[in-house]
Design a binder for this molecule. Structure first.
Ligand code: PEP
Length: 250
């Protein structure tokens, strides 16, 4: 049985004081909800939000990290720095990291392996562009991103990996994949995981959907067999918008 996992990616939004305020409001409002809930603030907002949520069930995650443990990497953040704040979860391979900062599957894989080595949980993002989808490359792209992103990850370590399928054309655009299309892509991802590992791992892996998830579409997405959660951008920036997503089953 896969437990629903709803995550809010705050991206480069909210100052530290705004983030702490939202975190406190969310902790109060989401008390007792059945889903696993995570928020991912920017780096400078992480310490305050981690402190504000330390007695709640809400997980605090980083949006990225470096693939080295320390050293001359100006502007970067290492896993030990996150762990020192009590942050044990990291989002890796977000399409904005891939497209804007040129992160390759190989780089993302080295981040995944380091996070796992450090005992962290990972949300690994994958997804095709509109051009790739229209060019009939959905399967090829997802297969490459999953296979290369999870290279050298062991079957045991897969318990620490969540996949987030986010069609790039649906992120921040207001366009959502239809529940049927999203479920089809999730089924494909699950079959790739089965080929790489086995049926049990494939059945146990949580696969979130991301791309303009909101209160109005979360129920029908979550009703699909292969959709186990959501990675939410814009609609995670206020309690009014995020709470109905977190409590989609109410
Ligand atoms: C995201 O940032 O991962 C995302 C899916 O954004 P949005 O919900 O705004 O489309």
């Amino acid at each position: 049985m896969r437990r629903a996992y709803i995550a809010g990616n705050w991206k480069m939004n909210l100052t530290p004081s705004e983030g702490v305020k939202l975190a406190k409001e969310l902790a109060e409002a989401a008390k007792g909800c059945s889903a696993k809930v995570m928020v991912a603030p920017n780096f400078v907002t992480l310490p305050g939000v981690a402190e504000a949520l330390k007695d709640s069930d809400i997980i605090v995650a980083a949006q990225n990290m470096n693939d080295h443990t320390s050293g001359a990497f100006t502007g970067e953040v290492a896993p030990a720095m996150l762990k020192d704040l009590g942050i044990n979860t990291v989002i890796l391979g977000h399409s904005e990291r891939r497209a804007i900062y040129g992160e390759s599957d190989a780089l993302i894989n080295s981040k995944v392996l380091l996070a796992l080595e450090e005992g962290m949980d990972v949300v690994l993002c994958i997804g095709e562009t509109l051009e790739e989808r229209e060019g009939g490359k959905l399967e090829e792209v997802l297969s490459r991103q999953v296979t290369e992103g999870l290279k050298n990850v062991t079957e045991q370590q897969m318990a620490k990996i969540t996949l987030a399928y986010e069609p790039v054309w649906a992120i921040g655009t207001g366009k959502t994949a239809s529940p049927e299309d999203a479920d089809g892509a999730h089924a494909l991802v699950r079959s790739i995981i089965e080929k790489l590992f086995n049926k049990t791992v494939a059945e146990e892996t949580i696969i979130q959907y991301g791309g303009s998830v909101k209160a109005a579409n979360v129920k029908e997405l979550m009703a699909k067999e292969n959709i186990d959660g959501a990675l939410v951008g814009g609609a995670s920036l206020s309690v009014e918008k995020f709470l109905p997503i977190v409590t989609f089953d109410k």
